[in-house]
Design a protein around this ligand. Structure first.
Ligand SMILES: [Zn+2]
Ligand SMILES: [Zn+2]
Length: 354
């Protein structure tokens, strides 16, 4: 058997990825695999695994050769438990990697691509310590921040390869995944030539750039992902959950350190998720409220089409309402005549952790 070059993707699927972003990542991964299937070097050596993390972590695709690889669908969960995700990665590597012994040549150093778009919502210190002690020298980790709102210093603790991906358009995603594909191809080619087995392709700095920790100040971030505000809601009719996503208004983003109340968020959309959302979320309750007067635009219900997808029950949770005289909250069962649909006094609502 050829020595394998294992590639692990560890991908953040927290709420802020809901909608177009996660779809673009899904498509991007599918393109990578398709491209690699037609590359003779990659076909021989590259094995791929896909792991995802939100509040919990999960193996979507166990380590396998490219030829039998089928691109998965990605779940969405609540929270960004990077510590949990790293722990899961180390567990998968311990289980699956072939060590070199006197009888056999083991795997090449695995390459890990970590994609994250948020600030960790769990304590990462234990996982980072284990990473540094047992894994940092055993593999090549490439940490990619999607957008600027990650804790870059924390990623720097994991690896010297910290990159910033400006994920502004569908086109930038295409370019980004082309870069990942090219890096995997050149790494597998380098394996074939007895090189290091790790060779990142040249980056187009408009889309992806290496973070320069030495010469530029890199901001530290707080504990809530503030690029987006995402709210969990349930449909009154189908009882199914959906997520309502807002993007921070960029014109006001400069003011955020001065006066938090000047924040405003513009509606991106409402997206149905399945019930696995709850299993995949963390229990930790970080309470962070957004006032409804900071929100611009309210969605219809993506599950049943009810006109108002953003109604607040007495229990504090969100659900949809239509023209019915009496509503039943799908969270707490409370029945009543309706109050808020965006026009009354502002209400503070718990956002998710992102
Ligand atoms: Zn509905
Ligand atoms: Zn309720």
């Amino acid at each position: 058997m050829m020595r394998r070059l294992p590639i692990f993707f560890l991908i953040d699927v927290s709420e802020s990825m809901v909608g177009e972003q996660i779809q673009l990542v899904e498509e991007g991964l599918a393109t990578i695999i398709k491209e690699l299937k037609s590359d003779p070097y990659a076909l021989e050596t590259v094995y791929v695994s896909i792991l995802v993390f939100a509040g919990q972590s999960r193996t979507l695709v166990p380590l396998q050769e490219i030829i039998s690889f089928y691109p998965p669908r990605f779940p969405i969960g609540g929270g960004t438990s990077l510590g949990n995700g790293l722990g899961h990665l180390m567990y998968e590597m311990r289980r699956n990697l072939i060590k070199t012994t006197s009888e056999q040549k083991g795997d090449w150093k695995p390459i890990v691509f970590l994609f994250t778009d948020g600030v960790p919502t769990d304590d990462t210190s234990a996982a980072i310590k284990e990473w540094k002690t047992n894994w940092q020298n055993q593999c090549n980790l490439v940490a990619v921040s999607f957008g600027a709102e990650t804790d870059l210093h924390l990623l720097r603790e994991l690896t010297e390869h910290v990159l910033l991906f400006k994920n502004t358009s569908a086109q930038s995603y295409k370019e980004f995944f082309r870069w990942v594909t090219a890096s995997i191809k050149s790494s597998s080619e380098s394996v074939d030539n007895n090189g290091s087995g790790f060779d990142l392709a040249k980056t187009n700095s408009d889309v992806i750039s290496k973070v320069d920790f030495d010469n530029k100040p890199v901001p530290n971030k707080g504990y809530i992902d503030s690029n987006f505000a995402v709210f969990a809601a349930k449909c009154q009719n189908t009882k199914k959950p959906y997520l309502i996503k807002y993007r921070r208004d960029s014109q006001q983003s400069d003011l955020r350190d001065l006066d938090i109340s000047t924040l405003s968020y513009r509606l991106v959309g409402a997206f149905p998720v399945d019930n696995s959302y709850f299993e995949f979320s963390s229990d930790a309750s970080v309470s962070s409220k957004v006032s409804t007067d900071e929100l611009v635009g309210f969605p219809a219900c993506p599950s049943c089409g009810n006109q108002y997808g953003f109604a607040v029950c007495r229990c504090g949770k969100l659900h949809c309402v239509g023209n019915e005289k009496f509503t039943t909250c799908p969270w707490c069962g409370n029945q009543g005549e309706y109050g808020f649909s965006g026009s009354n006094d502002p209400i503070n609502i718990n956002r998710t952790q992102g």
